[in-house]
Structure formats: C-alpha cells, structure tokens
Design a protein around this ligand. Structure first.
Ligand code: SAM
Length: 279
C-alpha cells in the first residue's frame, strides 16, 4: 500500500512536551481573552460548530458505551471529545511511539483507560486478525489522504467495524485557496497528501461500495486557517499565528452571516466528510 508519509515524520511532531505546551499556547490565551469579551460560542470555529452541533448530532448514534475507534489517534483530543460528548468508550490505534504515549497521557488526564491506546501499525495483519469487527464506530481524520491506494485503506477501516456500525472519515481539502495557502506556509508537506481524492466527486466514489450505505458525504465548513502549519523554525510561523487570531474574527462573521445555514464551496471549504453504515 503506497504510503505518502513516514513514521519518523509523525514521531517528530509528538515530542513529550507537546501536550503541556499546547494547553498554554499563545493562541489559547488570546482565545480565552476574546471569549470573555465576546461570549462563549461567538469565536468558536464555524466549521467545528457545524460538525459537532449539526452533523454529528444528526448522524451519530446516541447510545452511551459504544466502542469508538480512531485510526491514527495521536494526540487523542478527538477521542476525549467524543467520549465527553457522546459517552462512547474511546480506543485509538497509533504507530508513532511518542504519539501513542502522548495519547495515553491525554487519556490519563481525562480518566480514560490508557490501555485502550493500541501502539501498532494500522496496516498490520496481526492487528486486523485480533480486532476484526470489534468496534461500533470507526473514525479517521487526516489519515486516508496519506496513502495512494485509498480503497485498500477503507477496506481495513471496515474490517475493524462491526456490521451495522458507523464509518466516519474526514479529510482536509487542499484545493483552491487552501492549496495556495498550503504551498505558502509549508510546501514540503503537500506531497505527503493524495490530492486526487480531495474533490467531492472523487471522495464520494471511494465510498460507493455494496457494503456501505451513505448517511452524509459532502464538504463542510467555510474557511479556516486551522488547516495549515509551518516548519518549526520558519519565520512564517509568526504570520500563521496572526492569521489564527484573524480566524477568530472570521468565525465571528461566519456565525453572524450563516448561523445554521450551510455555506460550503469548492473553492474555500476546508474538509470533506463521509458518514455511513456498514451493511
Ligand atoms: C494527520 S494525523 C491525524 C491526527 C489526529 N487523528 C487528529 O486529527 O488530531 C495522522 C496520524 O496517523 C498516524 N499514522 C499514520 N500512519 C499510520 C499507520 N500506518 N498506523 C497507525 N497510525 C498511523 C500518524 O502518526 C498521525 O498521528
């Protein structure tokens, strides 16, 4: 299966200090200040608001205690949030050693079982024999676009999902304006992504299979700088910090303009999302 990114690359992102650093970052401090000034929801990412308040609430099961698996789970923030919002029992598969450790630390911090973080290569046959059809929901975000043979990666997602369970897959859309900005901030990471699946038609085709029934397959979100990063020492990191602060203002405007209406577009939308049921 053609891999576009390496374990060493992901390992380098998850140094042990990351968890502590993230919680007290400059961006978080500014966000806390602006939230106090403008109110709790007004600065929240508009894409995130649509995803969690509108789409997930409509299409994800409400049953507490369901076994929820994230593939490529470090640092574990998504899993904590699903556990807190829906009462699911979170599991993660992560092959980066520092990433798996960070995910365990995140679980300990939130009184979740660190033993549910499986340190393994998702492509390993042993893992698939051991956990076949074991999970009620299988989720990945920012994962499948790092492979060339995406159909085979989805086969593996489905192998771990129980019949009748939900498959949830999110990819970023590095197209249009997002591609231009991605090239500006960190052009070296662009080739790590399979850009050919980032159109709505091409993305939908991946899930057009007899063993899946589609609930949702579309762009979501308007525009967000959250999609971008820079090299650790690049001077562009300061520009991106400013853009992230500007994003709070954009979020405020998106909330006022669009409210609950969807305003997705081929040019700007930052993500594609699939939710379906395994038959
Ligand atoms: C873009 S990150 C997604 C991080 C996280 N899911 C999120 O949205 O916060 C992709 C993750 O997949 C992991 N990964 C990549 N290939 C993998 C593989 N073959 N097996 C397990 N994990 C893998 C990487 O180490 C990385 O943590």
């Amino acid at each position: 299966m053609g891999k576009l990114s390496s374990e060493e690359y992901w390992d380098s992102l998850y140094k042990p200090a990351v968890l502590e650093h993230k919680q007290f970052s400059f961006k978080e401090k500014i966000k806390a200040l602006l939230t106090t000034l403008f109110g709790k929801n007004s600065l929240r990412s508009y894409s995130d608001y649509l995803l969690w308040e509108k789409i997930y609430k409509k299409y994800l099961p409400k049953t507490k205690g369901l076994k929820f698996l994230e593939i490529g789970s470090a640092p574990g923030e998504n899993l904590v949030r699903f556990s807190q919002t829906f009462g699911y029992v979170p599991y993660g598969i992560e092959y980066s050693e520092s990433g798996a450790e960070l995910n365990r630390e995140m679980f300990r911090l939130h009184n979740l079982d660190p033993a549910n973080v499986i340190h393994a290569d998702f492509l390993s046959e042993q893992l698939h024999n051991q956990h076949k059809e074991s999970f009620d929901i299988v989720y990945s975000r920012g994962f499948i676009e790092h492979f060339t043979d995406v159909d085979a990666v989805i086969d593996k997602h489905l192998n771990l999902l129980a019949k009748g369970g939900r498959l949830v897959v999110i990819i970023p859309r590095i197209k249009g304006v997002n591609h231009a900005l991605g090239m500006f901030f960190h052009k070296e990471v662009i080739p790590m992504h399979n850009l050919s699946i980032m159109g709505k038609k091409e993305f939908s085709k991946i899930f057009d299979r007899t063993d899946l029934s589609t609930l949702f397959c579309d762009y979501y979100g308007v525009f967000t700088f959250d999609l971008f990063n820079t090299k650790p020492a690049s001077p562009l990191r300061f520009v991106l910090k400013l853009c992230n602060i500007l994003q709070f203002v954009l979020n405020l405007i998106f909330h006022m303009l669009f409210r609950n209406k969807r305003a997705e577009s081929r040019m700007f939308s930052p993500y594609l999302l699939y939710i379906g049921i395994k038959k």
